[in-house]
Design a protein around this ligand. Structure first.
Ligand code: BES
Ligand code: ZN
Ligand code: ZN
Length: 500
């Protein structure tokens, strides 16, 4: 898809269809809408403000313009965004997603976006609009060969008042972030037969080679030498060998600032539950149990493309959790890389085990702050549904920064408590800790388990089990993998860089 920008002149834009942002209850008798109405031959006055279109969030109105119109585009789509005071860059990203999905379904091949985003400035406006459009156009039907909808938008033009150079910079930034989100979605969407730990590592290597990141992937023999008994135990039931993927970004001009931030993502390429096997209904969904890992790989690519000024590590422990004659079993005791021993009481609580060793390895590589993302517990969907992801951790400043970064990019996080009392639930009778904490507070006890491996680190944990996959389509994006928390990761790293 070609991406272009234009300063201001929406009336002359040579596109098939124009999408215009409209606020709730915006009046057609004044301001921008009046100007647009005049240019479009008066048709807006007929419908804007009626029950058909009031500018409510997500509302759309599609019009073919009569020959009297002065607009070059022959079709016009109004897309509501709700109250003006609630408007932020993430509103714009969703608005653009809604606009391109609606216009693609009507066969438009070239589209002009008019975000009217004076308050947030042209650069941010272009960035959010392009990001949202790219995310909006992603589909999951890669393997469909018949009856496939081939409609495509080939050209996208952002039209906004302001300096063209700023618009172009913004559009490029939006493209990088949108494509990173879609990379994570594409990885998560792959069936496990095409997304083994080895393949995930190859994809990460490809990203590294294209973007100048350092790449390493530990195989089981190296994991053995590092003493990663927890990661190796989970991997043992599968024919597919485990990989611990490591990506390292070093800014041009060398290291800057104190400490080293590591992003760690759970990379279970398929989670059957192992010997504590899951019910067959819905098990197919467990192909996305590597969504945290996918987000890390995708965010690392964007971080390199955006030339961020601080170094960042990305780690993805990748395994397949399978039952077999070699699989680890309930009752087993594992020795983790940190030296702590773990009693396994449920082989389906595997994510925390692989994260334990990945975090220990991040520490060995010099990380001082760790943010992990994992589809870790079904319990988080019970607590927060598919609206908020859970954030927990030991560093309140880092947690606050994540929540704020998420707010800025439109990914929601809600903090859950992590009082030390919860750790009692994971005391083992025969080892240091056990890998499940009973029925109560499942998301918290999972985090309490990971916390055991974060001594000396500033640490936050994101449980994305309820938010990494959308069961329903939205006007602005397809159902399926959401790409969370790619945008938050990128924004967080930018915020960290800005502080140094
Ligand atoms: N991968 C699952 C969590 C999950 C559930 C992700 C639903 C996405 C959607 C995780 O490995 C798991 O099985 N967790 C168990 C933990 C339990 C055994 C303590 C769970 O949540 O049931
Ligand atoms: Zn599991
Ligand atoms: Zn899992």
């Amino acid at each position: 898809m070609e991406i272009e920008v234009s300063s201001g002149r929406y009336k002359e834009a040579a596109v098939e269809a124009l999408a215009v942002l409209v606020f709730k209850d915006e009046r057609v008798e004044e301001g921008f809408l009046r100007e647009l109405n005049d240019a479009a031959g008066g048709i807006l006055a007929e419908v804007v403000g009626t029950d058909e279109f009031k500018g409510k969030e997500g509302e759309t109105l599609y019009l073919h313009l009569a020959p009297g119109s002065q607009l070059t585009a022959r079709r016009l789509l109004l897309v509501g965004v709700g109250e003006k005071q609630d408007y932020r860059p993430s509103t714009l990203s969703q608005w653009a997603g809604t606009a391109v999905r609606a216009l693609r379904s009507r066969g438009a091949k070239s589209v002009g976006l008019v975000p009217r985003a004076a308050e947030i400035g042209p650069e941010q406006a272009a960035a959010s609009a392009i990001e949202g459009a790219i995310i909006g156009l992603f589909e999951t039907d890669k393997y469909r060969t018949v009856d496939k909808d081939e409609r495509r938008i080939e050209r996208l033009l952002v039209i906004e008042d302001g300096d063209e150079a700023a618009l172009r910079r913004g559009a490029e930034r939006g493209r990088i972030i949108g494509e990173a989100v879609n990379l994570a979605r594409d990885l998560a969407n792959e069936p496990s037969v095409f997304m083994t730990p080895t393949i995930l590592a190859e994809r990460a290597k490809q990203v590294a080679e294209e973007r100048g990141l350092e790449f390493d992937a530990l195989d089981p023999a190296r994991m053995e030498r590092e003493g990663m008994g927890a990661l190796l135990a989970v991997a043992r039931g599968s024919e597919e060998p485990a990989r611990l993927i490591v990506l390292r970004y070093t800014p041009k001009g060398g290291k800057k600032g104190d400490g080293l931030l590591a992003l760690v993502g759970k990379g279970v390429t398929f989670d059957t539950g192992g010997i504590s096997i899951k019910p067959s209904e819905g098990m197919d969904q467990m192909k996305y149990d590597m969504s945290g890992g996918a987000a890390v790989i995708a965010a690392m690519r964007a971080i390199a493309q955006l030339d961020i000024s601080i170094p960042v590590l990305g780690l993805v422990p990748a395994v397949e959790n399978m039952p077999s004659g070699r699989a680890y079993k309930p009752g087993d005791v594992l020795r983790s890389m940190s030296g702590k021993t773990i009693e396994v009481l449920n082989t389906d609580a595997e994510g925390r085990l692989i994260l334990a060793d990945a975090i220990a390895y991040a520490k060995k590589l010099g990380a001082t702050r760790v943010v992990d993302a994992a589809t870790l517990t079904g319990a988080v969907s019970i607590a927060l549904g598919d609206v908020n992801a859970a954030v927990l951790g030991t560093d309140q400043q880092l947690i606050d920064e994540i929540i704020e970064a998420g707010r800025e990019v439109g990914e929601k996080f809600w903090q859950l408590p992590l009082d030390k009392e919860y750790s009692k639930q994971i005391k083992s009778d025969i080892a240091d800790i056990k890998n499940i904490g009973g029925r109560k507070a499942g998301t918290i006890t999972a985090a309490a388990f990971i916390k055991e491996f974060t001594e000396g680190l500033q640490w936050a944990h994101l449980d994305i089990a309820g938010t990494a996959w959308a069961d329903e389509a939205k006007p602005y994006r397809a159902k399926g993998p959401t790409g969370l928390p790619v945008r938050t990761f990128i924004r967080l790293v930018e915020k960290e860089a800005a502080k140094q």
